[in-house]
Ligand binder design. Structure first.
Ligand SMILES: *[C@@H]1O[C@H](CO)[C@@H](O)[C@H](O)[C@H]1NC(C)=O
Length: 251
């Protein structure tokens, strides 16, 4: 069907409005934690609308810069893994930055790959603190409004490439779901994953799957500088925000 130009123009506001709706996700949700060392799903080309997929690394944690073409370490013989640089870090006492596998109710992977969400914890010792995460992954085992926080030593969960990449025990470090139990369990971690493992017991205060309220925000440049992934229509078209690096705060 051929639509007259005037009709097409009339449709523009609806098109923009639907983008705005996809960009404006907010609500309340749950968190879990994981670190399976696998290539995150937004590391494949053309998952979201970013020019580059999420950066992945080889077995030795070196950036692949392969445009997302390398098979995951979770597929037989694959050599793409999660980069240790995508570990959470504390910006200051009240704010941290990190990454997560995400499922937002009523949305889809194309809309959330590389989008950022400000999570405000609403339970546990971290209540009131904020963690801004970029969605780098999804998961068939995630429910609605679920943020599975990428934390080294947080449990490998369903898949495990950490044995292949770092020689972790066959079910990962600690429990398969939930991971290690105490700060000292991080002491013998691979050097690249230590800081992220400690983060859980320092800034995150050992919180155990706290609930959150969340809203989508423009991605901080310090996050996209590490992931290499910026949405073409990042929230309110002002991406990325802030400096591309922020100092690490030690509690
Ligand atoms: C902590 O960092 C966040 C993110 O950069 C910033 O918005 C906030 O104002 C900072 N808070 C303090 C107390 O410095």
């Amino acid at each position: 069907m051929q639509l007259p130009a005037s009709t097409l123009l009339a449709l523009v506001p609806f098109y923009l409005a639907s983008f705005a709706a996809a960009q404006g996700s907010s609500g309340s949700g749950k968190t879990t934690r994981y670190w399976d060392c696998c290539k995150p799903s937004c590391g494949w080309p053309k998952k979201g609308n970013s020019a580059s997929p999420v950066l992945t690394c080889d077995k030795s944690d070196r950036p692949l810069n392969d445009g997302g073409s390398t098979k995951s370490g979770c597929d037989n013989g694959g050599n793409a893994f999660m980069c240790s640089s995508q570990s959470p870090w504390a910006v200051n006492e009240t704010h941290s930055y990190g990454w997560a596998a995400v499922n937002v109710a009523g949305s889809n992977e194309a809309a959330w790959c590389c989008a950022c969400y400000e999570l405000t914890f609403t339970s546990g010792p971290v209540q009131g603190k904020k963690l801004i995460v970029q969605a780098t992954n999804t998961g068939g085992d995630l429910g609605n409004n679920h943020f599975d926080l990428a934390i080294p030593g947080g449990g490998v969960g369903q898949f495990n490439a950490c044995t292949q990449q770092y020689g972790a025990p066959s079910n990962g470090w600690g429990d398969r779901y939930g991971g290690v139990h105490s700060r000292s369990d991080c002491d013998n971690f691979p050097a690249a994953l230590k800081a992220g493992c400690y983060w859980r017991f320092d800034w995150f205060q050992g919180a155990d799957n706290p609930s959150v309220s969340f809203k989508q925000v423009a991605c901080p440049a310090a996050i996209t500088a590490k992931s290499g992934c910026v949405r073409a229509n990042d929230a309110i078209n002002e991406s990325p925000v802030g400096p591309s690096s922020v100092p690490t705060y030690t509690p």
